[in-house]
Design a protein. Sequence first.
Length: 188
Amino acid sequence: MIIIITGTPGTGKSTIVDLLSKTLGYEKLHVSSFLIQNKVFSEYDELHQSYIIDEEKAIQLLDEYIKARNIVIETIYPSLISHADKVIVLRKDPRLLYEELRKRGWNELKVAENVMAEILGVISSEAKEYFTKVCEINVTNRKPEEVVERVLKEQCEEIDWLSIEEIGDLLISLDKIISSYEDSISDE
Ligand SMILES: Nc1ncnc2c1ncn2[C@@H]1O[C@H](COP(=O)(O)OP(=O)(O)OP(=O)(O)O)[C@@H](O)[C@H]1O
Ligand SMILES: [Mg+2]
């Protein structure tokens, strides 16, 4: 059994993977750490403070590693996993996520891009593109135990943050932040 737990950074993947793997007695795998250990990154992107992956190599290595295992996988890149029995996307209210990511000490651009990705459902769309059945769960105001119970019972929901007006306003202000970085790059 292969279970993918994906979602925007800060939505609670590690917390849920920990608890779920313990509950089921499964192994766990953190995709980014696995790729770093196996040197599957081609370069480091300073501006976005993240590594750039050699995708083909990553998919192959991961496929080889996970097959025939009972495993819970944490990833922000669902498309790197070629097979899964369950695909869960954790979603978190972008207003709360914004506050939490700011506290991580990331640069303003990285925070803005990630919160924007959550508002627009970027990881959720990627998961739906690669897997036929995808289960979204809103973690906001829920205890990790409750989220795990929902994963096991497949209690899924449709999430559209843009239906909340205040989040639409947040999107506009994030867009301004991101554009100001883009302008500063084109000025160089
Ligand atoms: N119901 C919940 N499920 C999961 N995490 C929660 C929940 N409620 C609060 N949290 C909190 O959310 C924060 C982010 O969690 P975590 O580090 O697991 O996220 P992550 O998605 O693994 O982030 P990253 O992508 O950076 O690895 C933690 O402080 C965690 O305690
Ligand atoms: Mg994590």
